[in-house]
Design a protein around this ligand. Structure first.
Ligand code: M6R
Length: 611
């Protein structure tokens, strides 16, 4: 969603602000703006639309200044317009600020300010904060900020400029991410580390409730009590090239093609290939805890939820632990049943690529309030979900820029494979030998994924041949149904085609009425015990005129007219990962056929930090 950047140093801030905003484009936005402190006031440039338009504005009317802020806005309060675009100001233009998140009590605060005669130029919740700071200004911005933060309800990351302190950025965060980068005689601020990678990898990760006073030479942290707080800077291992296209037309294709590498990296982190054992120091359960585990609740959104559904199947089948996979936005409001009030042996697990998804974070907080131990899978070190969880397992996918999640999904499922095998082993469900064999099987994944990627021209040809198809159903049973859900989501988000997933056996309870000769039905069929059943369902839709695609085990008796993308030599627990790679490529090439904005699909944001 929205993106924030800020710079204070001895050189012009403009270049970093524009480049930083470009690096945050992937998060989704509809307008962008920057402001810099100049001798005669704030210089401001804004544009509705893409960063390139903002860049053109700046080229037409260059701005100077060594301290500035910038923002990409994803409209919530008020339509995309120059008035609503950040930065926002107080009436006298003494204060400029950018904001991510939502000020929930903004209407009430706005009404109070209007009674005092303050007038507003935008419909945003953000402008209320700028006006509040001006009305309550006392001594200096830090003191004022402490006072005003106490009036705000909701989530926010704020970066503020005060003309009285022209080289200082005032930052505050509550439930919305912010990082501060340390440069040579300068400091950078951003809502996401991707904006900083070209400039520094030495960063502070402010915590909730922190205020940071950032000048070219220092960053000083304070708590809401006004007392100084010690924060340690860390080094981010992601490199610049990880956040660039490197010759690929789109980040989505680049990230699909990175999967052999990120799967290998994640395997190397969790598995010692010298003796095929799991590295205990990276696992969340001790042998004792594993034995005492009675129930696991997984909560996540979108693709991460689908990874959670895979996790449920893997953990139940391998380790025999009852597991629920919940959509986080539902879980957070669900009735708390008696069992959850006594969470002995009941563990919660949040799954999130960004580690910032608002609903997943709220679900994690609810579980903690109920007294559950809270685990998390996160791809981003220091993200809110990672910090608030009791124990984190990191996916080593590197920065995922395309809005459509691909490599993060595969690494999340891989983490579930490792966790399920570890629990199974610790609970005595599988022997040392069985564990080693399964880990060796996982180690084959990078090679197997690569061999699918090497055949991607076949998928591209199929997407071209079927470009006229407007309804696409994915069907499957058990884990194949989960892969169907993920395949349908991927396809619809990047190609805007109508696609749905159904449990294969459920079709004839209604949905089969939609099948005709203009429909493509893609069956995912990797699970040996129900293969024949899914094949029968394919015959049923074929009889009603559908085009057929099968991703999985090739049938012994070929189905006439059915295209097959084969998965061979993979057991039930790794075959779904391989099927997903085909589905990702299909979504990508179909979107290409339709000329869609693949990396930044309409209406979508990479990181959904509001409810
Ligand atoms: O960052 P998260 O994993 O928490 O994000 C969850 C979903 O918003 C995300 O997976 C979304 O569904 C993707 N666009 C799917 O490709």
């Amino acid at each position: 969603m929205c993106g924030i950047v800020g710079f204070t140093g001895k050189t012009s801030c403009c270049e970093f602000l524009l480049k930083g905003l470009s690096a945050l484009e992937y998060r989704g936005y509809d307008s962008a703006g920057i402001a810099a402190v100049q001798a005669d006031g704030f210089a401001v440039r804004k544009a509705v639309g893409r960063i390139d338009q903002l860049r053109e504005e700046v080229e037409k009317n260059p701005i100077s200044g060594v301290c500035g802020i910038g923002h990409t806005r994803w409209a919530t309060h008020g339509k995309p317009s120059l008035e609503n675009c950040h930065p926002h100001f107080d009436i006298d233009r003494r204060i400029a600020l950018v904001h991510n998140g939502i000020i929930e009590n903004y209407a009430e605060l706005k009404a109070q300010l209007m009674e005092k005669g303050v007038s507003f130029v935008s419909e945003t919740d953000t402008e209320v904060v700028a006006q509040l700071l001006a009305v309550h200004y006392e001594n200096d911005m830090k003191t004022t900020l402490l006072k005003v933060l106490g009036m705000l309800k909701g989530s926010f990351a704020l970066v503020i400029l005060d003309r009285c302190a022209p080289d200082t950025l005032y930052c505050a965060r509550s439930h919305s991410p912010l990082v501060i980068g340390v440069g040579q005689g300068c400091h950078y601020v951003a809502s996401d580390v991707c904006a900083l990678l070209e400039y520094t990898r030495n960063v502070y990760l402010p915590e909730d409730g922190d205020i940071a006073v950032v000048t070219p030479g220092s960053t000083v942290f304070y708590g809401l009590d006004g007392k100084e707080r010690k924060r340690v800077n860390v080094t981010i291992s992601w490199d610049t090239s990880a956040a660039q296209k490197n010759g690929f037309d789109h980040f989505m294709l680049k990230e699909i093609c990175e999967q052999p590498q990120v799967i290998a990296d994640t395997l190397a982190h969790y598995i010692d290939s010298a003796d095929y054992t799991i590295r205990r120091e990276h696992m969340p359960f001790t042998p004792e805890q594993a034995k005492q585990l009675k129930e696991l609740t997984i909560a996540a959104c979108g693709t991460a939820y689908h990874a959670g559904c895979m996790g449920k199947a893997l953990i139940e089948q391998f380790a025999g632990v009852r597991t629920d996979a919940c959509v986080a936005s539902e879980y957070r409001y669900q009735t708390v049943v008696e069992q959850e009030r006594n969470p002995e042996g009941h563990v919660f697990l949040a799954v999130s690529q960004s580690g910032e998804t608002a609903d997943t974070l709220a679900a994690l907080r609810k579980a903690k309030q109920l007294g559950m131990r809270a685990l998390a899978f996160s791809n981003v070190i220091g993200a809110s979900i990672a910090r608030e969880a009791d124990t984190v397992m990191y996916t080593l996918a590197g920065p995922e820029i395309a809005v459509a999640s691909t490599k993060a999904y595969l690494t999340q499922v891989l983490l579930f494979e490792i966790l399920a095998l570890d629990l199974a082993h610790l609970r005595g469900k599988i022997s040392d030998e069985e564990l080693k064999d399964a880990l060796k099987t996982l180690m084959s994944l990078p090679r197997q994924i690569q061999s699918i990627l090497n055949q991607r021209a076949i998928v591209e040809d199929f997407a071209r041949a079927n470009r006229a198809c407007h309804d696409i159903f994915f069907i499957g049973r058990l884990m194949d149904y989960t892969t169907s859900l993920e395949s349908a989501l991927k396809l619809k988000e990047v190609s805007y085609l109508h696609s749905e997933a159904y449990p294969a056996g459920e079709l004839k309870h209604g949905t089969i009425a939609l099948i005709d000769e203009r429909t493509l039905v893609a069956a995912i069929a990797t699970q040996p015990q129900i293969l024949e059943k899914t094949l029968s369902n394919m015959q049923e839709v074929k009889a009603r005129g559908a085009y057929l695609l099968l991703i999985g085990t090739p049938p012994q008796t070929p189905i006439e007219g059915c295209t097959v993308w084969p998965i061979e030599d993979a057991p039930w627990y790794t075959a779904p990962l391989l099927a997903t790679v085909y589905a990702q490529l299909f979504a990508y090439y179909t979107a290409r056929q339709h000329g869609c904005d693949i990396d930044k699909p309409r209406n979508l944001a990479k990181s959904v930090t509001v409810e």
